[in-house]
Design a protein around this ligand. Sequence first.
Ligand SMILES: Cc1cc2nc3c(=O)[nH]c(=O)nc-3n(C[C@H](O)[C@H](O)[C@H](O)COP(=O)(O)O)c2cc1C
Length: 418
Amino acid sequence: MSIEFFTRLPLHGETFHLPGDPRNRGDWNNPSRPGTGAVSNFAVGDDFTYIDYLSQIARGAEIAGFDGVLMVNTQFGEEPWIVSSLLARETKRLKFVAAFHPSSTSPWNAAQAAATYQRATGGRLVWNIIQGSSEAAQRAIGDELPHDERYERAGEFVHAVRGYFGSESFTYRGKYYSASGGGLRGPLRKAPIPRICTAGASDAAKEFAAQHADYYLLLAEDPAIVAEHIRDVRERALKYGRSDIQFGLSVDVIARATDAEARAEAKRIFDEGVAAGVVDVVASITEQLSPTFQKRRKLYHDKEVRDYDDLFIAPNLWSGYGYIGIPPGFALVGDYAAIVERIREFQALGISLFFIAGYPHLEEAYRIGEHILPHFRSERVGARVPANDDAAAGDGFERPLAFASGLDTKQRHSGANG
Ligand SMILES: Cc1cc2nc3c(=O)[nH]c(=O)nc-3n(C[C@H](O)[C@H](O)[C@H](O)COP(=O)(O)O)c2cc1C
């Protein structure tokens, strides 16, 4: 099975320290305290702003060999489609996963905007269709539909978007949307529809994914629970005649040369939470998605969990971020070999798309790119994976003699991969 690796663009600031700490890059902190730069002052041209920092991460990610970046959509964060557009021409091949609510646009507007983006970038847009983490959050952005109906509407939304991409004369009468003879025309017809991802543990979310999504996304948690979600969504998809639905997994990574160094980093951030008295500030996403997390949280209340290392829920899988308000909440913590092994285990369960990131995102994109991604080189499709064996690939470039001499093609090849 092929495998893809995306990392994340932090659209609401870095969290190398606790959220709100002014030492974090970005300006998601108390405005009365000095920040560290990468702050948006609305003064274009005389300063570096947060988008410049995001641009560095995006470029770093693609240099490090990532296929794409995930952008989470929250009320207090930058808007993902806009960021995708701003950064598309600062990058060459990186894909951008833009999360959005169907309620924020119309199927036609989404189809046309996506077609323009796809044409301009060579098809680098991926959609993550979201429904909101709570009723209150949805009402705050003007969406009054109850939970399950939001998924019903999302189903119609995707149906209509596929209709516009697939036909110049799409006609449809639904409960939420309609179209009479619409569709992408002229050169826009050449654009590929974005890959469609979605997430959510509710029945409505899974049914929506089963019927309409290319990828169902999960948080890393107890592998047995991940396996059960995959089985469930696969079975539901088969009901709709779909055997090709794929699975993505989001998990933070604290990877270091030794296990002790990785654990020290987990302890560092957890201790910041203890010192600030914020332990147990839990990201709602983590709570909603994870039965394991809810169980562990109860243990925390019952005082059975006290230190950072009580929060491993499976080998190398640490839930500590979830206790100090840093979503998605779970991280793989360990030496490089252990992280590769854990990724392989999730891959064996059926995951083919990994979203892995660390803090700060820029430095950790390079670290993961250098120490983790090379282990998966032969299974990566479509990615320009950094390698030093291009000479063997017959790419037409002339090599300096010193490099080319003394080794035949086969020797050079096996040396680079070994
Ligand atoms: C990898 C991943 C990325 C997500 N990204 C977002 C996001 O950007 N914005 C958001 O509001 N919810 C996001 N979610 C949450 C889900 O889309 C969904 O709204 C949530 O899980 C609640 O679904 P449910 O109530 O139907 O179970 C994400 C979930 C996962 C697993």
